[in-house]
Ligand binder design. Sequence first.
Ligand SMILES: Cc1cc2nc3c(=O)[nH]c(=O)nc-3n(C[C@H](O)[C@H](O)[C@H](O)COP(=O)(O)OP(=O)(O)OC[C@H]3O[C@@H](n4cnc5c(N)ncnc54)[C@H](O)[C@@H]3O)c2cc1C
Ligand code: FES
Ligand code: FES
Length: 882
Amino acid sequence: MSNHVTFYLNGKAVSIENPAPDLLLIDYLRSPDVALAGPKKPCGEGGCGGCTVILSRWNEVKNEPEHRAINSCLRPVCALSGLVVTTVEGTGAVRKPDAKYLHHTLTTSRNAAPIGGHKSPVIHEAKTAVAAKRKSVRDAVRAKLAKQDTSTSLKLVDKVAKHPSEHSHEGMNPVAHRLAINNGSQCGYCSVGFVMNMSEFITNNPQATKKEIEEAFDGNLCRCTGYRSILTGMKTFASDWSGEDEKHRMKCLEDDVHSSQLPTGVAIPFPKEPRLTVEPVESQSDRHQWLTPSSLSELAQIMTAYSGEKFRLVHGNTSFGVYKTEYPDTKLFIDIRLIPELHEWDKVVDDQLIIGAGTTYNKFIDLLAVQMEFNQTTTLSALDFMARRTAGRIVRNAASLGGNTMLVLKHLAKHTGDPFPSDLFTVLVAIDAKITFLVLVSNGEFEHVTLTAGELVNEVLKDSDLADRIVLLSYALPLGRDRDVVLAQKVALREVNSHSIVNATTRLTFSEKCHVENAELVFSGIAPFPWHAHDTESAMQDEELTLDNIGMLLDILADEVRAQLRHWRERMEEVPNEGFTEEYRTQLAVAFFYKAIINALVARGAKVPANLQSSGEVKWGNWPVSNGTQHYSKQKFKAPVAQPYIKNTAMYQTSGQLHYTHELAVPPLTANGALVQSLRALANFRFVIPDSDTKGVSPSVLRKYLSEYASSFIDLITVENIKNGGINLQGMGLDQPLYANKMVSYVGQSIAMVLATTEQEAIRIAEHVTEHCVAYSAPEKPWTGKWSDPIIDLLDAIEKGSIFPDAPKAVPYVSHIWKITRPGSQFDWVLEKNPLDRTIPEPRNGTVGSAPCVIVESTQLNGGQAHFYMEPQGCIAIPTDE
Ligand SMILES: Cc1cc2nc3c(=O)[nH]c(=O)nc-3n(C[C@H](O)[C@H](O)[C@H](O)COP(=O)(O)OP(=O)(O)OC[C@H]3O[C@@H](n4cnc5c(N)ncnc54)[C@H](O)[C@@H]3O)c2cc1C
Ligand code: FES
Ligand code: FES
């Protein structure tokens, strides 16, 4: 093994000596040494796609490079050996004006365009070149169309004007260009993620349709532009993008600065050298170690040598996005990607698809597609449905099936963290898939075992340590039979890239038309493992399935789901509370079952009334490609204001060349800061040293503890260090302290700032202080009695009278914060009620807008909305003399 990691970044070789095992690619790319600003880190957990880069390797079989868009926030640098990393910077940059042509005159605020200044010759040259190229593209397209050749090519131009890109590209990444000219970037923080995902997707799928392109974005989030314009830009690359589509595309206005940008083909640099064998990596830091065995015997030796220690096998490492808190305590990471046995399957034997545990989800989806061409079984459809509904495409490019199964097995027992409601594993249990794995036994060798997915769960339930001693090798997936009707279903907070609240796979095996020979009803999200509804299964066995017995079956299921939820209440409380009640989970399970029955009856040719049939159909994914238009009026007299111009920064945003505050270069020796934030609302707080007297310690004692805790710690800034408490420009009344002083009033309030040598260390230490070094107690007067509990919602505020008064009637605006009205709305038919009065009035006759009606009134309460921002909040503070 080597303690160097050598990989290629945007075509150039990089070698890092002994990288920290917990160093993630995104943090490396954004570190001051590399200082790439293209890849962003909005969420750091695989959820937003903002950090997307392309990872390439040489495919020996196809004898060509293989490209995959991955989340760099989940990829350890130690797992990059011999691979090629391409960031947006490597795929074609924006033309920057040549300095010798820059001239400065008076500017307007819009786009800093000189008023009445001379046109820059560089723009003129570029415009002429663009016009010529556009003409040649148009001519080429016309010629192709004349020959009825509908194939498209991304390479719009063969040769473009000399471009000052840092790399060997001749022009701007065309995806970035299309995104910009379709006004697809507002703040631009998500844009590069979209661009990189699409750059890989369109390279691998040059004939993709509009629908396929739209589906490829299930792992990218935008929080401000809106998806209409982003998807329009992307869909212009589709093979079925028609003249009609182009006619209806909402075209934006471009000015000179845009016209001078020349898009070219997507280019992903792939140097010759990475075609050599990948070097296994070994590295070590103060807290972690990284080893890369290349064979099962090496793996057995390492697992034996470190038994009793906290080690973690690593494949795609995407579980970092789900179980982040498990990482700091891990002593040893064992990278198992290079072990051939995990990948060497992929064949059909005895009507079973055998695949390696190291197969990624997207590879699995491709393998299923091949099988589904010959075999239209519902088993394959169920596997395909759940695989596609797992995470988003970018995560699926790295996530392995084995890693997903292990997330279930590792979190079965109490206090092992949130139970994991895997989607695919529910199918594996329902279809009796077999899993072959190795168990490390006492003589330090591996023993081969094969069990069904359900049996494996039972073994780990009996002995939870087993989950730490096994290595999954392969799966044998039955391809399914005609007499099986299998249906997979899932409900999550979002349609895509979201974990199940409850999911289900039902497999009904029929002996005759509708006679049930066997029923497998498996649900996740009810118990900490995929749970069989045994009572309902028994009630179905050897019975005729009819519409008449649905009610009875649903009642049996509801009863046993409720009992199961009660049984696991304590364990399931460890699942993040997103406000789902047990009854909601019960109703989801019952609704899934109802759908499964109708689906099976229709599939078996039973008579089902037309108005019921649609309830058995699978709707997910079967929707038409989206479309949308925005309507606005242009006020010509205000030009250039109030016109649909693309902002100048758009091209820089989409090609990753805009530097946000967080990406500005900092002076040498700059310390990195991260905030310690309150976990409580309305409480007194004090600093404490973990596992010691909780009376409270001074900031200087805590500083001493922190310097021992982490060598990277520099200082702790509290209110005591800020003259007169400082000035905080946040908050409605500009009256909040910069750092809380003895008392916190809301969750998330800043208590202190940790300074450390690197950003990651500052965040890690601040999280440690937040979690372990702050203790809270009830507040003192005047926060006692009526005010002792924090106000956390509008109703609390109304109840306690903590509301802003209405503005006097005389003022020309409406200011009822808690009884929102809008000018022009008619509310005279609404009863004047105390907002806290929950009684529902009887229906009454009245008129609304002079129409006679029966008025039925009720109250609707909406909970808070979960939302996160893409852009991090950051600033550079440069101290000056007072
Ligand atoms: C944003 C996001 C969304 C997601 N959404 C979903 C979802 O909707 N539905 C769903 O089911 N899952 C979802 N997941 C989970 C995802 O499927 C898993 O993270 C992934 O499959 C794990 O595979 P990996 O190769 O990255 O495993 P790793 O992260 O490398 O490892 C995961 C665990 O498995 C162990 N392990 C890995 N391979 C083996 C092996 N061969 N033998 C023994 N142990 C092994 C590791 O030690 C570790 O404990 C999501 C994940 C993310 C990040
Ligand atoms: S930062 Fe990587 S997915 Fe959000
Ligand atoms: S432009 Fe997408 S998050 Fe702002």
